[in-house]
Write a protein that binds this ligand. Structure first.
Ligand SMILES: [Zn+2]
Length: 138
């Protein structure tokens, strides 16, 4: 289940981002404890949702990613966060003439460019793995 390695990365990115951007304005803190880490033990900055984009070529199964993510965030501020997975479809571009090829289109997966016959086809999209957005409680 390679989803786990991605889930670990998502959890890591989300938790770091949430801690780096505490909610509310820093000046309106009602009672600073005098410590340098006022966020310690705080549950104010809970993560509500994490949006990720996974390239189709990574062959990530969203339901497995979600399950793995749940394991990773147990007991953290992201414990109840919803994981929203968007799949980025594969796009191939011919390096010779620049033509874009949609492998899901009528041409399907091709070994050569339908226009110029070049075999120099590059995968432009479909390998991405991105954390797009992290929603935290206001
Ligand atoms: Zn071409």
């Amino acid at each position: 289940m390679h989803e786990m390695s991605y889930a670990v990365r998502i959890a890591d990115i989300a938790l770091r981002a949430a801690n780096a951007n505490p909610p509310g304005s820093a000046s309106a803190d009602n009672r600073p404890a005098g410590g340098l880490n006022p966020k310690d033990g705080s549950s104010e900055n809970r993560i509500l949702a994490v949006h990720v984009s996974c390239g189709e070529m990574l062959a990530i199964v969203p339901s497995l990613l979600e399950t793995a993510f749940r394991e990773c965030v147990k007991g953290t501020i992201a414990e109840n966060a919803v994981l929203i997975v968007k799949t980025i479809p594969v796009r191939i571009r011919c390096a010779s003439c620049g033509r874009e090829i949609d492998p899901h289109g009528p041409e399907g997966y091709v070994a050569r460019c339908p226009d110029c016959g070049s075999a120099a086809l590059r995968i432009e999209h479909g390998r991405e793995f991105l954390v797009d957005k992290i929603e935290t409680q206001e």
